[in-house]
Design a binder for this molecule. Structure first.
Ligand code: ADP
Ligand code: MG
Length: 699
């Protein structure tokens, strides 16, 4: 919209014309993503001060977040190194003194002038005899507490800010925007739902979330907005799925599947109960109208590959093609070889398509895909490049989904029929999170491993243990076992880390592991070099593979039993678990040694200790999730869905589940949202979400 142009909907007017904003502040607001009146009223507080529970300094709670105020007595700053500093602000009142501690925010020093009044909230701790509140929420008051906050009511909002706009200013601006907008805010949920969820009306919710009349009302308002965030997303997901199955039917793959049955019988092992259950789910999906759109979770080593191969085979024996997309070329080749060997007694043509193949060869495979000569294709992103056409893709499988975005999955689905989709991951996703991130997928879990519980003994090895660890590695080498020796790769400094891995490789050869054949494998090597290194390792010509995270996903070398991880603190826990899954795969024991050095922080140490004592991938992922948030782990930032402002799909799982059900029920009774009671929903949906209908087409 043109800046400043009057719009039929006053909520969409530029925020620049809200009282107290003006052109220069508007520039600052833009940094917060605020350009309209509506953006301003949707700029929700990230926290509140509750004046009714304001305490004196001696009463700051050591266990609970409390708000307090006092006068700045003294300020001191200590520099600990480049970009590292501690700022200590002594704050006092008649009852006592406490110290506000800020790490690495030296610029705050200028703000805390002795004599200023400060309101803050945080949790008290005692550190070396000193009472402290670390990284508190704070606000410097310009007058006495009374005059400053009185007009804002009992519970005072704390807004996310940007440099140049103070809390006070932000409060005034949002307040003005709210006044301006009040009579234009429209309801977007049906009355029945508002009632059954005990939500405030929408205008009331806006008032209460910014200026709560009580903690209880504030919570109701927050809940309502959280629900809105996920409810319309769910409507979108359900509608998209309904729309798709309307236009593009799924390939018919009805029973019987005699060839597949024969295949299962020729396997050298019996499928586990978990594998059978999942295959049952998949068969049922195939027979239903909506088809297979399933997320398959199973810990590393639970045998997902064979499950997907069986599913692909059911499609192939009905004359359809199948595709398996994986995140790395190494994995693609590994899958190709495995699948070819499984299918050696069947007459299916299985091919590879990866970026580093010769162009002529690629063209050849593409041609054979297009005319239907290739039955099963294994590949990387190369499968979704321009110019790839299938004759008729029936089953598309994506391995290690967390490495791909939703759109990439969607691009596998071009054609007259919408292929069945199977998506596999070893990083488990709690149901409520799956319903927001991969809301379009049903969920199956393989909850057992083929050989029962795999044992990978995990230890944290400090500096003093390194010598012993290398002795153990040599011992393992002498027994004929193999080891991965891992170095992290940080994106910003890929080169220097690579240097580290290369140098370490040379050092290990010279020093700790002298006399044993070692190999080097990293992401910057050409595909040929990589394949050669892996092949040497697989055929036991080398015993120790010095490598980076290129081995993270899926690499299956049954004889590898030892994993050394250097700088383990630089990895996420779920990632470490994946890595740990690379050893002890042949049913034997594996060991994982996390090599740390002195300057490991307390938090890192705790994290690693948790990892070392937990074997269950689900537990590990859950802990990782709490520490890093879902965006990091499942990359939902690149998935194309809006980030949530208020909702946390994990802690708000009951809201997510409720929304999932309610949105489904509403659409079941009224697919086009035409009924009177759903008008409000439909209006809002069309205004804000309709445009997203055409984005990623997802099975
Ligand atoms: P992941 O789930 O991590 O992808 P894979 O599919 O690579 O696991 O399987 C791990 C190993 O277990 C493979 O070597 C595979 O051949 C083997 N395997 C799979 N299913 C079974 C089974 N039911 N019984 C015994 N071994 C199995
Ligand atoms: Mg796998």
């Amino acid at each position: 919209m043109e800046k400043g142009k009057k719009n039929s909907n006053p909520l969409h007017d530029s925020s620049q014309y809200v009282k107290g904003v003006g052109p220069s502040r508007q520039v600052l607001l833009s940094k917060l993503g605020i350009s309209t009146v509506e953006d301003l009223i949707l700029h929700f507080p990230r926290n509140y001060y509750d004046r009714s529970t304001l305490v004196t300094i001696s009463q700051i709670d050591p266990h609970r977040l409390t708000s307090f105020w006092g006068t700045v007595l003294a300020v001191s700053k200590r520099n600990l190194g480049p970009r590292r500093s501690i700022l200590t602000v002594a704050l006092g009142d008649e009852s006592g003194i406490t110290h506000l501690i800020f790490f690495n925010q030296p610029y705050l020093e200028k703000q805390f002038k002795p004599g200023l009044k400060v309101i803050a909230s945080g949790v008290r701790r005692t550190y070396r005899g000193q009472k402290q509140v670390v990284a508190p929420e704070f606000e410097i008051l310009s007058g006495e507490l009374g005059e400053e906050l009185i007009h804002t009511g009992r519970i005072v909002p704390i807004y996310p800010l940007t440099a140049g706009i103070s809390q006070r200013t932000m409060r005034r601006i949002v307040h003005a925007a709210l006044e301006k907008a009040a009579c234009h805010i429209i309801e977007n949920l049906p009355p029945r739902l508002i009632e059954s969820m005990d939500f405030p009306s929408r205008p009331e919710a806006f008032r209460e979330i910014h200026y709560p009349s009580s903690a209880r009302q504030c919570e109701r308002a927050i809940n309502r907005f959280k629900f809105e965030e996920v409810f319309f997303l769910h409507l979108l997901i359900h509608r998209r799925r309904n729309a798709l199955s309307g236009f593009r039917p799924r390939p018919p793959i009805p029973p019987p599947h005699p060839l597949t049955a024969r295949f299962i019988n020729t396997l050298p092992f019996e499928l586990t109960g978990g594998q059978k259950r999942v295959l049952g789910d998949i068969r049922r999906d195939m027979e239903s109208e909506k088809g297979v759109s399933r997320l398959l979770q199973g810990d590393v080593g639970s045998g997902k590959t064979i499950v997907c191969l069986v599913a692909m085979m059911m499609a192939m024996e009905k004359g359809f093609q199948a595709a398996l997309m994986v995140p790395t070329e190494i994995l693609a080749v590994q899958h190709l070889e495995k699948i070819r060997s499984y299918l050696r007694n069947f007459s299916f043509r299985v091919e590879l398509l990866i970026g580093s193949m010769k162009i002529a060869r690629k063209k050849e495979v593409q041609g054979a895909l297009g005319n239907g000569e290739v039955d099963l294709i294994v590949g990387t992103h190369a499968l979704i490049q321009e110019g790839i056409a299938f004759k008729q893709l029936g089953m598309a499988v994506i391995d290690e989904q967390h490495r791909f975005g939703v759109k990439q999955r969607a691009s596998l689905g071009q054609g007259n029929l919408l292929p069945h989709f199977l998506v596999m991951t070893a990083t488990p996703i709690p149901r409520s999170l799956a319903q927001t991130v991969y809301g379009d997928l049903d969920l199956s879990v393989i909850d057992e491993l083929p050989f029962g519980k795999r044992k990978v003994k995990t230890e944290i090895a400090g500096r003093e243990d390194h010598r012993r660890v290398y002795a153990e590695v040599k011992e393992a080498f002498r027994r004929g076992n193999q080891a991965f020796i891992l170095y992290p790769l940080v994106e910003e400094s890929e080169k220097s880390d690579l240097k580290a891995a290369t140098e370490e490789f040379e050092r290990l050869q010279r020093d700790q592991l002298r006399g044993f054949p070692l190999g080097l494998l990293h992401g910057r090597m050409s595909f040929e070099e990589k394949s050669k290194a892996i092949e040497m390792f697989r055929s036991r010509k080398i015993l120790g593979l010095v490598t980076t995270t290129v081995i993270e996903v899926g690499v299956d070398i049954p004889n590898a039993s030892v994993l050394l991880v250097n700088h383990p603190e630089r990895f996420g826990l779920a990632q470490l678990h994946q890595l740990r899954g690379r050893v002890g795969r042949g049913g034997g024991e594996g060991s994982c040694h996390l090599l740390t050095d002195e300057n490991l922080s307390g938090a890192s140490e705790k994290r690693l200790a948790f990892f070392a004592s937990h074997d269950d991938g689900f537990k590990v992922a859950e802990a990782d999730l709490k520490l890093r948030g879902p965006g990091e782990i499942w990359g939902y930032r690149q998935s194309g869905y809006p980030a949530f402002k208020l909702l946390n799909p994990l802690s708000d799982s009951s809201l997510v589940q409720r929304s999932w059900e309610e949105s489904r029920i509403i659409l079941e009774g009224d697919p086009e949202l035409r009924k009177e009671e759903n008008k409000v929903v439909s209006n809002y949906f069309h205004l804000y979400y309709k445009a997203k209908m055409e984005l990623a087409e997802i099975g």
